[in-house]
Design a protein around this ligand. Structure first.
Ligand code: NIG
Ligand code: FE
Length: 411
C-alpha cells in the first residue's frame, strides 16, 4: 500500500467501532490499539493498526512522540451565530431571576434575536469565525450550527447564509440546521408566522440546500406540540431531517411527538421522566444531552446515566449559545458529561463521536476507520482518557481534518 502520510508513535489509538447503529448497547463499543500507526491517502484513512504491522510505503512519516490519538469530535448542537451578548441576563440570573422569567419578559432569546436582526451578514461572520475556531481547537471536526435567532423567514435565511460562509472558512465540516426557536414577540403573530415557516421558509431552505434538518423548541415559553408538529411535517415533506429542543424545563409532549415522528435527535431532556427514558430507549432517536446548560443555568442534569442504562443512544453537544451555554469547547462538554450526567469516559467518547454523528444523520464521521475522512486528534497525553479528565486547559494538541493538520490547533 502507498500512503501520502504515515502517523507513527501513537501510544494509544482509540475509536468507536461500527457505523453507529441506533441502539445504545452496540454503540458503546470502543477499540483501543496500543503502539499504533495510521496511514492516510488523499485525505482518507487508508490503514490503521499496530505500527509493527505496517507493510506499505509512505511519502511522509510524522511521529507524534508517544501521544494518544482519538477521532475528531462531532458537536451535534450549537448556536454559534449570534450578535450582542447576554451579560445583563447573566447578571440578572446571578441575582435570582430565572432564564424562563427573563424570556417571558421579552428578554433572553428575544434580545439576541433583536441584536442579530441588527447585524449584517459580514458582522455575523466576523463574530462567529472565532467561535468555530475555538470549537475546532477543542477537538471538533464536525460541527452542527443552527439558525434560530430570527423572527422572520428573511432573518433565518440570513443566518443560514452566514453558516454557509463559515463553512467555506473552516476545514471542519459544518452541518446547518434551520431552528424555529420562539414565536414572534407579539402573541397574535404565531399563526401567520407558522404558515410562513411551513409554506415559504422550509421549502426555500430545502430548495437552496441551506440546511439539512429543521429543529423546533417545544416549551411553555416557546412552541406548542401541534405547532411544532406542523413545522416538522413540512420539513419531512421537503426531505429535511427533524430534531427538537425538548423537555428542557417542562414536559409538554415534545419528546413523545419527536419519537413518534422519527426525529434524528431529541435534545436537552433535563426534565425527562423515567417513563420517557424508557420510550427514548425503545426508539431509534438519539438523546442529545447538553451539560453546559446544566452548569450555566444551574438546572438539573439530563439523566445520561439512566438513558444509557435503559439502552438509549446518547450524544453530547456544547449547545454553544450566549444564553444557556457559553461553552466554547467540545472536549469540555464531554468532560462535563462525565461529571454531571454520570457517563463513563468510554461512554462520553462514544457520545461525542459516533453517536453525535448519528444525531446529524451521518454514518461516515466519528471513527478512525479505513475509507473515512482522516479526522483525528493528537492529544497532549499518552492516555486517551485525558481527553475527558482534564479541564481548564486544552487536552487536544493537534486537530487533523481530511489528513491535514488544522491551523486552528491551539498548541
Ligand atoms: O439550547 N432553549 C432553547 N434554546 C437554546 C438557548 C438559546 C439562548 O438562550 O439564546 C438552548 O438552550
Ligand atoms: Fe440549543
Amino acid at each position: 500500500m502507498n500512503a501520502d502520510l504515515l502517523v507513527t508513535g501513537i501510544a494509544q489509538l482509540v475509536t468507536a467501532e461500527g457505523p453507529g447503529p441506533k441502539r445504545g448497547a452496540e454503540m458503546r463499543r470502543l477499540k483501543i490499539v496500543e503502539r499504533a500507526a495510521v496511514a492516510i491517502a488523499r485525505g482518507l484513512i487508508a490503514w490503521v493498526g499496530e505500527e509493527r504491522d505496517w507493510k506499505g510505503t509512505a511519502a511522509e512519516v510524522i511521529d507524534v512522540g508517544g501521544r494518544a490519538v482519538a477521532p475528531g469530535l462531532v458537536d451535534p448542537h450549537t448556536h454559534a451565530v449570534w450578535a450582542g451578548d447576554r451579560l445583563a441576563d447573566f447578571e440578572a440570573r446571578t441575582s435570582g431571576a430565572s432564564y424562563e422569567a427573563i424570556l417571558a419578559a421579552g428578554g433572553g432569546i428575544r434580545s439576541t434575536i433583536r441584536a442579530t436582526a441588527g447585524a449584517s451578514e459580514e458582522e455575523l461572520i466576523a463574530v462567529a469565525v472565532p467561535r468555530i475556531r475555538a470549537l475546532v481547537c477543542s477537538g471538533a471536526t464536525v460541527i452542527e450550527v443552527k439558525s434560530g435567532y430570527g423572527f422572520s423567514s428573511d432573518a433565518e435565511m440570513k443566518m443560514l447564509r452566514v453558516v454557509r460562509s463559515l463553512a467555506a472558512n473552516t476545514p471542519a465540516r459544518l452541518v446547518p440546521t434551520l431552528l424555529i426557536h420562539v414565536p414572534p414577540a407579539e402573541t397574535g403573530d404565531r399563526a401567520p408566522y407558522l404558515s410562513d415557516v411551513c409554506q415559504t421558509l422550509i421549502p426555500a431552505v430545502a430548495r437552496e440546500e441551506l440546511a439539512q434538518a429543521v429543529d423546533v423548541f417545544v416549551e411553555k415559553e416557546a412552541w406548542r406540540v401541534a405547532e411544532a408538529e406542523a413545522m416538522l411535517q413540512a420539513a419531512r415533506q421537503h426531505g429535511l431531517g427533524i430534531k427538537l429542543h425538548t423537555e428542557q424545563f417542562h414536559r409538554v409532549g415534545g419528546l413523545e411527538m419527536g419519537l413518534r415522528m422519527g426525529a434524528l435527535s431529541v435534545d436537552h431532556l433535563e426534565a425527562c421522566s423515567s417513563e420517557q427514558i424508557t420510550s427514548v430507549a425503545a426508539a431509534s432517536t438519539i438523546a442529545t444531552i447538553l451539560p453546559g446548560v446544566s452548569l450555566h443555568l444551574g438546572l438539573p442534569s439530563a439523566p445520561g446515566r439512566a438513558l444509557i442504562d435503559a439502552g438509549a443512544a446518547v450524544a453530547i453537544g456544547t449547545d454553544l449559545n450566549p444564553g444557556s451555554s457559553p461553552l466554547f469547547s467540545t472536549s469540555m462538554a464531554l468532560a462535563l458529561a462525565v461529571r454531571l450526567n454520570g457517563l463513563t469516559a468510554q461512554e462520553a467518547l462514544v457520545a461525542g463521536t459516533v453517536n453525535a454523528a448519528c444525531a446529524l444523520g451521518l454514518r461516515d464521521a466519528g471513527r478512525i476507520e479505513p475509507g473515512l475522512r482522516a479526522d483525528f486528534l493528537v492529544l497532549q497525553s499518552s492516555d486517551w482518557r485525558d481527553l475527558v479528565y482534564t479541564f481548564g486547559t486544552n487536552s487536544v494538541r493537534e486537530v487533523w481534518i481530511a489528513g491535514q493538520r488544522a491551523e486552528e490547533a491551539c498548541l
